[in-house]
Design a protein around this ligand. Structure first.
Ligand code: UD1
Ligand code: MG
Length: 408
């Protein structure tokens, strides 16, 4: 197998986002965009990932500080995508293998597409292979210019297109695989001859062809994975596309999602077979839901929620950082935060854990088979023994529980 590395471009200021947070840290379905691109590279096998950063570099490096396969490359001035690649030269100029080049603002890329790219590249042995997409609305993307035999000649950026070129629907999603040596030969020669006066990586295509080498463009990218994120509107679109993928996968694994358009599920969530997610449910963060549960409508499950099997959480149930055992029932307007709730516990309508005392967040432990009536306030820290019954309307503290145990 050929040796392979990846370069991910993530240094841009992203003017069009109007953001203080670096663009690639903006989240799509619960993960920063860059995380998706990194993972896709890893899925196809790369030895190292060179991430070019500039604007907000410290925040980005901090966020991914655990990753051992990343080499951070600084691009002090953002002079364009070819210049960003050139910043990696001192690490890569002697590398003899293949180099994937991707953008940190393209979170929708799928490993299957990169595999196709690699396969075509290895079959045809060109200097570069790029994947293209055909879009109904190509505005904003670099257009693929082919000759009459269908071979790629160049990529022209939207702002440099003639009216005729603007009508071309085949675009560049920025998914490239290069022979590393020829990539660096090309990027060092690229000139900023364009409207924006930037050094464009897209010019590498025409340059490589002009030096007598072959470039392959394979139409391998589905429209829903071609989108880059340059604005908040595009961020929302990417979220929608990713959300559809997440839900599709869950449904394929036996989860019923009653109304996909009105349900939001974080990419980190795991949901067991035969669970039904009712409309307007919002699942955010690392959440695990067992089998045969019924969630919603209007449920809000937050980070750290772990549900056993056969749990029922109904309308306006909010759960955070809590573990609920099998068969827990909480059908109406409840809040459980920082709690461990045992098997077959009933939590009545309007009952809550009061988990924050103004300074600390405190825990509540509820034993198996407890019955908590409606409108109960459980003041944490609190421990309810197995089988405890709390009647409706009670305000329960550890002190009150200890007292009532003494008088019994
Ligand atoms: C780029 C492509 C365009 C393609 C589109 C797909 C170029 C010139 N254009 O356009 O053909 O259709 O992606 O989404 O490559 N970056 C740096 N340093 C720089 C400039 C940019 O690291 O000096 C990074 C950005 O952070 C971003 C990526 O490169 O992650 C692409 O830059 P961006 O400005 O988003 O280019 P597009 O206009 O989207
Ligand atoms: Mg972009």
């Amino acid at each position: 197998m050929a040796e392979r590395v990846a370069i991910i471009l993530a240094a841009g200021i992203s003017k069009r986002m109007h953001t203080e947070l670096p663009k690639v840290l903006h989240e799509v379905c619960g993960r920063p965009m860059l995380a998706y691109v990194l993972d896709t590279c890893r899925q196809v096998g790369v030895e190292k990932i060179y991430v070019v950063v500039g604007f907000g570099n410290e925040q980005i490096e901090e966020r991914f500080s655990q990753a051992e396969d990343i080499v951070w490359i600084q691009q002090k001035e953002q002079k364009g995508t070819a210049h960003a690649v050139l910043c990696c030269r001192q690490y890569l100029e002697d590398f003899k293998g293949q180099t994937l080049v991707l953008c940190g603002d393209g979170p929708l890329i799928r490993a299957a597409t990169l595999k196709t790219l690699i396969q075509k590249h290895e079959e045809g042995q060109p200097a570069a292979t790029l994947a293209t997409a055909v879009l109904d609305e190509p505005a904003g993307y670099g257009r693929i210019i082919r000759d009459k035999n269908g071979n790629i000649q160049s990529i022209v950026e939207d702002s440099d297109c003639t009216p005729r070129q603007l009508a071309i629907n085949e675009v560049n999603p920025s998914y490239y695989l290069f022979n590393n040596k020829l990539l660096f030969d090309a990027v060092q020669d690229i000139k900023p001859d364009n409207v924006k006066k930037e050094f464009y990586l897209t010019d590498a295509v025409a340059h490589i062809i002009s030096t007598g080498h072959k470039v392959l463009a394979v139409t391998a990218v589905r429209p829903d994975e071609a989108r880059g994120v340059n604005s908040r509107v595009q961020l929302t679109e990417a979220n929608k596309i990713m959300q559809r993928r997440i839900q599709q996968k869950l449904m394929d694994n036996g989860v019923t999602i009653v109304d996909p358009d009105n349900t939001w599920i974080d990419i980190r969530a795991q949901i067991g077979q035969d669970t039904v997610i009712e409309p307007f449910t919002y699942i955010h963060g690392d959440v695990k839901i067992g089998r045969s549960c019924r969630i919603g409508p209007f449920a809000y499950l937050r980070h750290g929620t772990v549900l056993g099997n056969d749990v029922v959480l109904g309308v306006f149930a909010e759960v955070k950082n809590s573990t609920l055992g099998d068969g827990v029932r909480a059908r109406h307007s409840i809040y459980l935060g920082d709690a461990v709730v045992g098997r077959d516990v009933n939590v009545g309508a309007g009952s809550i854990t009061a988990n924050f005392d103004g300074e600390n967040v405190n825990r509540t432990n509820i034993g198996n088979d407890c019955y908590i009536g409606s409108g109960v306030v459980l003041i944490a820290p609190l421990e309810l023994k197995e089988g405890t019954r709390i009647s409706a309307g009670k305000i329960v503290s550890q002190e009150s529980i200890d007292k009532s145990e003494k008088t019994e």
